[in-house]
Design a protein around this ligand. Structure first.
Ligand SMILES: Cc1cc2nc3c(=O)[nH]c(=O)nc-3n(C[C@H](O)[C@H](O)[C@H](O)COP(=O)(O)O)c2cc1C
Length: 365
């Protein structure tokens, strides 16, 4: 039976198990370049035992960053810094672990403070910048009002995504994840809440998908040897916003554009969202996309117990599970999962003499 530790192949990329590390912004980059913080973080991810490691939201142009500390792949320096950290992480990684980068643009949610500095829009003395989006609609009261992108700017942005994808491939990433969720630019085009355009990029879902699909196709062409997937918000959790049925259509369109998996998240595009959170609160979205679009999906959101994660896979609700906060708290979580589920995990040989300890601790607990 397929379980959490079964391998999976996505568009030719062999992934040794179904535990993924979800992308997590660290707000610790220097003009988009990975720092020593990223070096230690990626090396820690590399040793975790997770099969699929997704590096944080990484922006395709400088104004696409959420904050002054966000990662980018918009310059040669960014590419060199990412390669330095990735080369080191790959040298120590557990057997077979694969690394991806989440390419993104924050759109109207750019020009913000780091979370620990408040997380709100940058103030006038904090070097803010003009944000852009599908339409000139701010995320919330008091947020920056974005400028609606012109057609020429949209076409230029497609090129920026493609250039960043080339950089990701040269840096050595095994896969790319398009960030099409959480109210960032691709989602801003897809959601009727943030896209009020009356040209070819607005109105019907087909039109609202025009820019994201152009990005998907350009990225695929720019990095042909790199597996490509996307994270989407399957629903906005707001009346009048994106609903699950449309979310499934988004997944189908990405599948037709050659994407190999969808990570099923939700929300992030409106302060009016009402999200019924709780353990595994987005798994039903992954299940719906898996059935509706007939493609591999990754479930995410408050999945932090080994049996819970395993059951999602064995029950066929999702093909993979992604963990975010649980990995920050316990970077060896996959070792614990292996101990609980009775699986022998191949870890880096230098660590092998300690691999039995989580099992002892589980039995003692
Ligand atoms: C510190 C932190 C940074 C995050 N950054 C990103 C990001 O860069 N891209 C993204 O799609 N989601 C991001 N998220 C959301 C997570 O990937 C994940 O979807 C969410 O935390 C729910 O999973 P969890 O319950 O396992 O934490 C972030 C979450 C945290 C806690």
């Amino acid at each position: 039976m397929t379980d959490l530790f079964s391998p999976i192949t996505l568009d030719g990329l062999d992934i040794p198990n179904r535990i993924a590390i979800a992308p997590m912004c660290q707000y610790s980059a220097d003009d988009g370049s990975a720092s020593d913080w990223h070096l230690q973080q990626w090396m820690s991810y590399a040793l975790s035992g997770a099969g699929m490691i997704t590096v944080e939201m990484t922006d395709v142009e400088r104004r696409g960053r959420i904050s002054h500390g966000c990662m980018g792949l918009y310059s040669e320096a960014n590419e060199a810094a990412a390669k330095r950290a990735l080369d080191a992480a790959k040298r120590v990684a557990a057997p077979g672990a694969k690394f991806g980068v989440q390419l993104a643009h924050a759109g109207r949610k750019a020009s913000c403070q780091r979370p620990w500095e408040g997380g709100g829009p940058l103030k006038s003395d904090e070097d803010p910048w003009q944000t852009v989006s599908a339409s000139a609609i701010p995320f919330d009261t008091g947020w920056h009002t974005p400028r609606a992108l012109t057609q020429a700017e949209i076409e230029a942005l497609v090129e920026h995504f493609a250039t960043a994808a080339e950089r990701a491939a040269r840096a050595g990433f095994d896969f790319i994840e398009l960030h099409s969720a959480h109210g960032y630019l691709l989602h801003q085009f897809i959601s009727p809440l943030s896209n009020h355009r009356d040209d070819a990029y607005g109105g019907s879902l087909e039109n609202r998908l025009r820019f994201p699909l152009a990005v998907a196709k350009a990225v695929k062409a720019a990095a042909p040897g790199v597996m490509l997937g996307a994270r989407i918000s399957v629903t906005d959790w707001v009346d009048g916003g994106l609903m699950v049925e449309e979310g499934i259509e988004v997944a189908k369109a990405y599948k037709a554009a050659g994407l190999a998996y969808i990570c099923c998240s939700s929300g992030g595009n409106s302060p009016l969202q009402k999200i019924p959170t709780g353990p595994g609160y987005q798994v039903h979205l992954a299940e719906a996309v898996r059935k509706g679009a007939d493609m591999p999906v990754r479930a995410v959101g408050m999945i932090d117990e080994p049996n819970q994660a395993n059951h999602i896979v064995t029950a066929g609700r999702a093909d993979m599970v992604a963990l975010a906060r649980a990995i920050l708290a316990d970077p060896r979580w996959p070792w614990r999962a292996a101990a609980v589920l009775g699986h022998e995990l191949r870890v880096a040989p230098q660590l092998a003499r300690a691999a039995h300890l989580p099992k002892k601790w589980e039995l003692a607990a």
